[in-house]
Design a protein around this ligand. Structure first.
Ligand code: DAT
Ligand code: MG
Length: 151
């Protein structure tokens, strides 16, 4: 398995509901490395670019107004197999189908209020981090705990 990067975002409902710490701590406890973090009010154009693959869907306008309805928390996480692992920690798109123990399974009820985003491939991880973060906002660092997490 390769070291990958993924873009994780706490959506406006997660921020409003006070779930920021809870959600960040799940990725921290798993052992991934945080390389970018900011609270951000997302412009409509950026939300549309981020979700451009869903442009033709009937729910697209609702999705854009939801994502731009309040501040989001943008994060970049790095680790071995982090893209797929983060998707597992997040759970199914529809929180009613998400397994207990996952973020959506434990903390959300509806698809249109599913509290968190995670990139669906390593390519999209790179694309989305470049979209949401400027050069200089990302921090490449070496946690001293690394040899205790990765052999
Ligand atoms: P995911 O966020 O699990 O990667 P996705 O990329 O297919 O899911 O869709 C992005 C977001 O769009 C999803 O988190 C919520 C919304 N969405 C997806 N399918 C939907 C649907 N059938 N009805 C309403 N909103 C939907
Ligand atoms: Mg997706």
């Amino acid at each position: 398995l390769e070291v990958e990067e993924t873009y994780i975002m706490i959506k406006p409902d997660g921020v409003q509901r006070g779930l920021v710490g809870e959600i960040i701590s799940r990725f921290e406890k798993k052992g991934f490395k945080l390389t970018g973090l900011k609270l951000f009010e997302c412009p409509k154009e950026l939300a549309e670019e981020h979700y451009k693959d869903l442009q033709s869907k009937s729910f697209f306008p609702n999705l854009i107004s939801y994502i731009t309805s309040g501040p989001v928390v943008c994060m970049a996480w790095e680790g071995v197999g982090v893209v797929e692992s983060a998707r597992k920690l997040i759970g199914a798109t529809n929180p009613l189908n998400a397994m207990p123990g996952t973020i959506r399974g434990d903390l959300a009820v509806q698809t249109g209020r599913n509290v968190v985003h995670g990139s669906d491939s390593p390519e999209n991880g790179i694309r989305e981090i470049a979209l949401w973060f400027k050069e200089g906002e990302l921090c490449k660092w070496a946690p001293t705990i690394d040899p205790w997490l990765n052999e």
